[in-house]
Write a protein that binds this ligand. Structure first.
Ligand code: SRM
Ligand code: SF4
Length: 591
């Protein structure tokens, strides 16, 4: 079996050069980051003072004078899976009327591996209609968010989630987030063996505090503080957010190398033999800050048993807890710790703590990174239908009644909902005898036609939320990418490229929520209507792209793409993807 670049630990060396002039420095890893309290970032103080993530949230909720909560509490509620936001479209109008911003909250569910039984979708749909904008948003980490929830509705929402055995614990904040796992079913026995790890890891890395239950569900106030002593997170939690993803080769549908920890399932003789472990993936950069860079994970070893895997994962987290940067949040992700210590030194520290050595990485090959739309039959004879949901927005619009149709499908009780890390939805585990019923609903709501008719680039595209809710957005993303793709499709057709599944991703800022740096073409917002154009990433998520042009408006984006597509058609080698071609021919890199 061919050993991919990633097993040779190469992707990150290529990629640093592409996104930044920053050279990772290897220093004595024994030297932990400064613990001088005066240098710690503000959030570090908030966490420690928060009394087990309680802060003054209860007081903030009682304050009826404002739709907002206290500033410090805004950092604390993230650990409970929610963000304070405001409708940016209405800022001006509200300011003119001397009204405060229209504050509301986004709440994100914890769904390891992206599973949601049909009856819970029905409940979610009810909650979305009653308390939120009504749009159910599937995220790039296989879960769902509701937007526009008023302060007074947060408790009822969490209470309704709880009644449906759902929670939003640790889906945001400086803690391990939703664990993703490959959703594309190939071999069911392998999937069953792998998928359990998403849940096991999620549970292993949950915080011990009972604040969530106390605040949102009126649980009894804990008097025995010993019961929530947290050996993993202590009182300072992690220096920054932490993400774990699992992929089953050959499909890298979870973009495994973009996670702080990426686990690659190794299948030998038809059985799960264990996981290769990659560390230090992460995508965010900051415009104008050359110290920040996107990075793909470095494979550091292989674990063959559950015990070893969970121990290794746990200790990778504790090393980041102890060695990560707590003074500058821009440089606090694991990727920077790995580069500062060196990947070998990081592994050695993990091995020392875990009490065993990781084995050498095993060979693996990724050949694709995509959702496979429509019906697919698994080896047990069950059917799975992947619905194309543009940018994860489940709503009824433009003649496609996604929300109504999916509710009807859920009400049949004959499917298991599973979200993909590409913002789409799999209606899974459908029995042969039930397939017709599901198909009928998909037809009646125009969902099947919508899925079938979407063009190849649209099907492989991602956009983040951006405006109007994201406070960090510099430009539009999910509200604009569909239009831009409609304008790009004739350009693709002109060059005979309409069936090329080029991976195109757009974000409203450089934080990278739609994983743009791992796309063949990325458009990264710099200001209203303006985007940096990145090219040269590969199709399977093992090579980052490079900034090619800055601050392009729509007209210039289309001009650049027209020219690049034209050159591609003329000069590509047989079978060469657009990303590989632009990397070789336009950027002059050796593949
Ligand atoms: Fe993200 C912050 C939305 C996946 C990197 N992200 C945000 C916030 C919460 C803005 C904020 O801090 O106030 C956005 C809320 C927008 C809104 O109105 O809903 C937001 N991120 C999203 C989602 C919903 C995008 C989507 O359209 O699907 C994704 C939710 C995933 C989930 O379910 O947990 C989402 N974010 C990602 C990813 C992709 C991934 O994880 O696979 C990344 C890049 C990978 C990475 O983490 O390196 C990502 N989000 C960020 C960052 C930069 C983090 C950093 O390392 O500096 C921020 C800003 C921050 O943390 O300061 C951010
Ligand atoms: Fe907001 Fe930027 Fe993330 Fe888009 S990439 S959701 S604009 S933080």
């Amino acid at each position: 079996m061919m050993i991919t670049e990633a097993t040779n630990n190469k992707p990150q060396t290529i990629n640093h050069r592409q996104t930044t002039n920053n050279k990772p420095q290897t220093t004595n890893h024994k030297q932990k980051m400064s613990t001088d309290k005066s240098k710690l970032s503000a959030v570090e103080h908030i966490k420690v003072k928060s009394d087990g993530l309680r802060g003054t949230i209860k007081e903030s909720l009682r304050d009826e004078e404002t739709g907002a909560i206290r500033e410090d509490d805004q950092a604390v509620i993230k650990f409970h899976g929610m963000y304070q936001q405001d409708d940016r479209d209405r800022r001006e109008e509200r300011a003119e009327k001397k009204l405060e911003r229209l504050y509301s909250y986004m709440i994100r569910l914890r769904l390891p591996g992206g599973f949601l039984p049909a009856d819970k979708w029905v409940k979610m749909n009810e909650i979305a209609d009653r308390y939120s904008t009504g749009v159910i948003k599937i995220t790039t980490r296989q879960t769902i968010q509701l937007h526009g929830i008023l302060k007074s509705s947060i408790k009822p929402v969490i209470s309704d989630f709880n009644a449906a055995e759902l929670d939003s614990i640790a889906t945001c904040g400086d803690i391990n987030r939703n664990v993703t796992s490959s959703a594309y079913i190939q071999d069911t026995s392998i999937h069953e063996a792998v998928d359990v790890y998403a849940d096991k890891i999620s549970r292993l890395l949950m915080p011990k505090t009972k604040a969530y239950y106390e605040i949102w569900l009126d649980g009894e106030k804990l008097t025995d503080k010993e019961a929530e002593v947290d050996p993993l997170y202590q009182d300072r939690y992690l220096p920054r957010k932490f993400k774990i993803g699992i992929a089953i080769p050959p499909n890298n549908d979870t973009d495994v190398f973009t996670n702080d920890i990426g686990l690659i399932a190794i299948v030998e003789n038809g059985k799960l033999a264990g996981f290769n472990i990659a560390i230090g993936g992460g995508l965010s950069t900051t415009h104008g800050n050359a110290e920040t860079y996107a990075r793909l994970g470095t494979v550091i070893g292989f674990a063959d048993t559950e015990e070893k895997l969970l121990k290794a994962v746990y200790e990778i987290v504790t090393v980041q807890r102890d060695f990560g940067n707590r003074t500058d949040r821009k440089l606090a992700r694991l990727k920077y710790t790995v580069d500062r210590m060196g990947a070998d030194a990081y592994r050695e520290e993990v091995e020392k703590r875990a009490g065993f050595k990781l084995e050498a990485p095993r060979p693996f090959t990724f050949t694709e990174r995509r959702d496979v739309y429509g019906w697919e039959k698994d080896d047990k004879g069950n059917w799975h239908y992947t619905v194309f949901i543009e940018n994860g927005r489940v709503t009824d619009e433009n003649g496609v009644n996604l929300k109504t149709g999916l509710l009807k499908v859920a009400e049949t009780g004959k499917v298991l909902f599973r979200f993909t890390a590409n913002q789409h939805l799999i209606l899974g585990d459908v029995k042969e005898k039930d397939k017709k019923i599901v198909q009928k609903i998909l037809d009646e709501h125009n969902i099947d036609a919508h899925t079938k008719n979407a063009g190849a680039v649209r099907k492989n595209s991602l956009a983040c939320v951006a405006l109007p809710t994201c406070p960090l957005a510099l430009a539009e993303a999910q509200r604009y990418l569909p239009t831009l793709i409609s304008l790009t499709e004739p350009v693709l057709a002109k060059h005979g490229l309409e069936n090329e599944g080029i991976v195109l991703r757009m974000t409203g800022c450089p934080n990278g929520c739609a994983r743009p740096y791992a796309a063949e073409i990325a458009l990264i917002g710099t200001g209203p209507g303006l985007y940096n154009l990145h090219i040269g990433g590969d199709r399977i998520g093992q090579r980052l792209n490079t900034k090619y042009k800055e601050n392009l408006n729509e007209e210039n984006i289309l001009k650049e793409l027209d020219s690049l597509f034209g050159t591609y058609v003329k000069k590509r080698k047989s079978g060469e993807t657009f990303g590989d071609f632009t990397n070789r021919e336009i950027l002059g890199n050796l593949n």
